[in-house]
Design a protein. Structure first.
Length: 352
């Protein structure tokens, strides 16, 4: 708000007269006089007292401006996973250390699995056995032979009708027993596959290429299902998270380029592309989350670093300025080049 000077109104004159009357009376007011002053102020309003809104008042938060200033954000891993086993067991071996690079499918943790290996051996032996099927087949062949013999004796009336009925029932029973034996063998094969799958759960493998950032349990510790053992992250690409005013966030397009500056890298500036704009905003701050994808093949930028993000024409101007400086042979990126870490987790070396 600002105070504007204007011509005195009739209400101002009446207010001044009331003030002079109060001074002459020695500061003693009657109740009626007080009511008169309040009535004069209320009917005159703020504008008659010379109070007017400022012409250059700040726009409300979240309003669209012609150019968005730099926004503060931070980097997060593209993927993050805390690895746990669905089985209860004792940790037999941890094959990686903190900071190691891992590849998809690498065995990272081994639980003690002697008992489960025994279950697999039993299940595979049952699945490989065909003894029950062979016994059922033998009995079926015998029942068929017996029925054929009795049917031949029926012609000479040497076999009774009851004997024939019993023989036919035994044949049907033998056929069912053979089907049941075959079903049991199939179930044994399925159980063997199940036990092998459970055995695989005693090995914890890397779900993606990444970097070991946390080690939560070590050899000899007993874990329960769901207990985290290792945390791996993917940092060869990073997400940049920034709180953006709603008005500007709605103008962003997928794959739109922005410039990101990392203070921890001494002003290293890189391009990032808009990957996600949250359609649910924060009502208190009138901002919404925006995620940008930033390539980090050499792992120079850490996750969790503070960054400054520049959108729009300011980003384009900065890009052109940097290109002009490179063309004149001045400046250039201050990023240091590093060799990627090897699969064995060797320390990184600076490229000459």
């Amino acid at each position: 708000m600002s105070i504007a000077l204007s011509r005195p109104s009739c209400h101002e004159h009446s207010s001044a007269a009331l003030h002079r009357r109060w001074r002459r009376s020695g500061g003693v007011w009657s109740l009626a006089g007080a009511w008169t002053l309040l009535a004069g102020l209320s009917t005159g309003g703020l504008f008659d007292l010379g109070v007017v809104p400022a012409a250059n008042a700040n726009p409300p938060s979240g309003a669209v401006t012609s150019e968005l200033s730099d926004l503060l954000g931070f980097t997060v891993p593209l993927q993050r996973s805390t690895l746990a086993s669905p089985q209860t067991g004792r940790v037999a071996a941890v094959h990686v250390e903190l900071g190691a690079r891992v590849r998809t499918g690498d065995v990272l943790v081994q639980l003690e699995d002697d008992a489960q290996r025994a279950r697999v051996a039993i299940a595979e032996a049952l699945a490989a056995s065909d003894l029950e099927v062979r016994v059922a087949q033998t009995r079926l062949e015998q029942s068929r032979s017996e029925l054929s013999r009795l049917e031949g004796l029926e012609l000479t009336r040497a076999a009774t009708a009851k004997e024939l009925i019993d023989s036919r029932a035994e044949l049907q029973e033998a056929e069912l027993e053979l089907s049941l034996a075959q079903f049991r063998r199939e179930q044994a094969a399925r159980d063997a596959a199940l036990q092998r799958a459970v055995l695989n759960e005693y090995q914890i493998r890397a779900p993606f290429d990444g970097y070991v950032s946390e080690k939560l349990h070590d050899v000899g510790e007993t874990i329960e299902p769901g207990d985290g053992i290792l945390t791996i992250v993917r940092v060869d690409s990073l997400d940049v998270v920034v709180d953006c005013p709603i008005g500007h966030a709605l103008t962003l397009q997928p794959d739109q380029v922005a410039l990101v500056t990392c203070a921890a890298r001494r002003g290293d500036v890189r391009e990032a592309r808009v990957a996600f704009v949250n359609r649910v905003a924060d009502a208190a701050s009138q901002t919404t989350k925006v995620r940008l994808r930033l390539d980090n093949p050499g792992l120079e930028w850490p996750a969790g670093a503070a960054v400054v993000v520049r959108f729009g024409t300011a980003a384009e101007d900065a890009k052109r300025g940097a290109a002009d400086e490179r063309g004149r042979g001045v400046g250039g990126s201050t990023a240091q080049a590093y060799e990627p870490l090897e699969h064995s987790g060797a320390s990184r070396e600076t490229r000459p």
